[in-house]
Design a binder for this molecule. Sequence first.
Ligand SMILES: Nc1ncnc2c1ncn2[C@@H]1O[C@H](COP(=O)(O)OP(=O)(O)OP(=O)(O)O)[C@@H](O)[C@H]1O
Ligand SMILES: [Mg+2]
Length: 350
Amino acid sequence: MRSPIDWLLGKFSADVGMDLGTASTLVAVRGAGIVLDEPSVVAVKRGTNRVLMNGTAVGESAKKMLGKAPGSIMAIRPMKNGVIADFEITEAMIRYFLRKAHGGSWIRPRVLMSIPSGITAVEKRAVINCAERAGARRVFLIKEPLAAGLGVNLPINEPRGHLIVDVGGGTTEVAVLSLASLVQKTSIRVAGDEMDQAIIQFVRKKYNLLIGEQTAERIKIEIGSAYPIAQEYEMEIRGRDLKDHLPRRTNITSTEIREALQPPVRAIIQAIRTTLEQTPPEISADLVDTGITLTGGGVLLRGIDEIIAEEIKLPVSVAADPRTAVARGINEILDQLDLLHEILETAESE
Ligand SMILES: Nc1ncnc2c1ncn2[C@@H]1O[C@H](COP(=O)(O)OP(=O)(O)OP(=O)(O)O)[C@@H](O)[C@H]1O
Ligand SMILES: [Mg+2]
């Protein structure tokens, strides 16, 4: 039950929703929609966990420093594989984003956070503690695939199966939804970051060239694909030679990058297969019509829908604006937080 005090506080402070992702964090404020969308990156003083005290500390400007910061500064991504890898820095990041989104209100907001479906009890506890220490008055949790389903307007309340595949930076979440719950789910720690790593390994092996994560991500976005494309591309890349350690450039083609991306793409397809194999037959029957909906930034990889459709033989659609699907779902629930808080998870419901 909501206490009278909580009700009163709610009158003066907005509820906030947060999709705390491995690659980016999106924040929604009740009544205002999504107000913030920034990389999950924090700049700290090396050797300490002290966040830099200027405008470049968190988000977009901190991301520019990744791999390029001078000796005294370090840019850190405190989330890994969808969960908190560095507690203190994540706390600082959440505090910064809450302040930026929630403004100067002196009342701590209630915060609705999305979590991967495969999260452990310990990891879940860490999310709650972290958000509370960063300024949340109360923390509610929703599983990412449910938020994604709501965000792309699937009728997830109906007794009919829908398959959502969210490919983020750190995790791919595959989930069959029906009656507003997860009938079946698979969560693997292979997504966009793993694709970047696959490109780094490929370039290293084939060209003896060491490239950074930022470069690998740029290659993936510019010429990456999962399925043959009408016109193949070529791109000049730069890095450090593994033999003489000097800066060097070379050209790379989209065909090569597709080959490099095979292992992570295969792993995603295998996760979909595993989930479908375990889905009850009546719901499998629904999926023949409802098909697969793709969300998350990772599904912006060219041809990922085509390769999945070919392999799984179900209709596949990429959601409009897939990166913001989870945050849009969170935003919808914020409007009904008072009605829905009973079904959301909280610290007490563990
Ligand atoms: N055009 C594109 N082509 C391929 N990949 C892309 C493209 N745009 C973004 N990405 C990738 O999408 C990933 C980020 O997606 P998203 O923002 O959904 O992740 P996240 O929610 O932060 O991560 P997670 O849900 O795993 O915690 C990154 O790996 C990024 O490189
Ligand atoms: Mg995500």
